[in-house]
Design a protein around this ligand. Structure first.
Ligand code: GDP
Length: 312
């Protein structure tokens, strides 16, 4: 340590997703070679295909951002996909990486794999200390297995591989489908639609009082590159912004960014979910990572991307 990225071949697995594409953007300012492989090139669920691709392309490092992801409805409707595909993707990539002597792997977990009821802010030690949220249990079990497998290669084979645990993310390439999206892109879309149609109200689910932490995906990518260069250790590292707001405050900030002052109507027939979800990111901060744009700046950036993609 530190791990010098100069001249390294870095495979960003999952480069079409919100996180993977942010990592590709961030790595463009490093003197490394970024390699990617679309689904048409290698099916990550297919062990033989992953092994063959890895042997032929021999990356020096991997950012493992590939995963089957989705909201509560998708998790409920397709439990096999979330458990099987995620287990296969991570097991195939990690074993093939071991066989190809890959120097560094950065595996990604998610704040939603911590126990349903857990101390706030959530420390790294909270993992596996209690029952999971039932609605995303399959995804969580697969991601926890990925963290444990990454640690196991470190323990059994001395691989310098690490894991990071991002908080709630948003930014370019987010999911704006109101049935499956998270709150930030959902409200961005709702305010935009209200502005376009001239509607006087925006419906916000729940009471507006739950608190959530939000991190822009480009800030996450910056933290991940920082960890790839500077962190070597068994423990997974939380990556949060420390920016925590109520859902009502989030809605007000989004209204400012979109430039449309609609009345907020709280639909309390919809669930609030957990009252608070905040990561304890002191380990990352103690290593020296200070990052992160303000929430309003980050949402402005996401809104510009939303408009440019003509999501609607
Ligand atoms: P969570 O962080 O896993 O609870 O997932 P979400 O991002 O979906 O929801 C966070 C909070 O935002 C919950 O209290 C939701 O009820 C609330 N919320 C308010 N309006 C919306 C909306 O339009 N879509 C979503 N997904 N959540 C909303």
């Amino acid at each position: 340590m530190p791990y010098d990225l100069t001249g390294k071949r870095i495979w960003v697995a999952g480069h079409r997703g919100m996180v993977g594409s942010a990592v590709v953007r961030r790595l463009a300012s490093e003197r490394c070679e970024v390699i990617t492989a679309g689904r048409d090139v290698v099916d990550l669920v297919d062990q033989a295909a992953v092994r063959a691709w890895m042997a032929a392309n021999r990356p020096d490092a991997i950012v493992l951002a590939a995963a089957k992801v989705g909201g509560i409805k998708a998790n409920n409707d397709f439990p096999v996909d979330f458990l099987y595909q995620n287990l296969m993707i991570e097991a195939n990539i990690l074993q093939a990486a071991h066989e190809a002597d890959v120097e560094r792997v950065l595996f990604l977990g998610s704040s939603c794999i911590y126990p349903k009821l857990t101390p706030q802010p959530i420390p790294e030690e909270a993992l596996l200390t209690g029952p999971l949220e039932p609605t995303n249990e399959r995804y969580a079990i697969a991601k926890i297995a990925g963290i444990k497998l990454t640690q196991a290669y470190r323990t059994q084979y001395g691989r310098d591989w690490i894991s990071a645990m991002p908080t709630n993310l948003y930014g370019p390439g987010d999911n704006y489908d109101l049935n499956s999206s998270h709150v930030l892109p959902a409200l961005l879309r709702k305010f935009h639609e209200a502005k376009v149609s001239g509607s006087k109200e925006v419906v916000v689910w729940g009471t507006g009082s739950p608190r959530r932490e939000f991190l822009h995906c480009d800030d996450l990518a910056d933290a991940l590159v920082f960890l790839l260069k500077a962190y070597s250790g068994y423990k997974h590292i939380n990556v949060g912004s420390g920016i925590e707001v109520t859902i009502r405050e989030l809605a007000e900030t989004i209204a400012e960014v979109v430039g449309y002052d609609a009345k907020l109507t709280f639909d309390t027939t919809k669930p609030d979910g957990t009252p608070r979800k905040l990561m304890d990111s002191r380990l990352l901060q103690a290593m020296g990572w200070r990052g992160g744009r303000q929430l309003k700046d980050g949402i402005s950036n996401a809104y510009a991307d939303f408009l440019s993609r003509k999501v609607l």
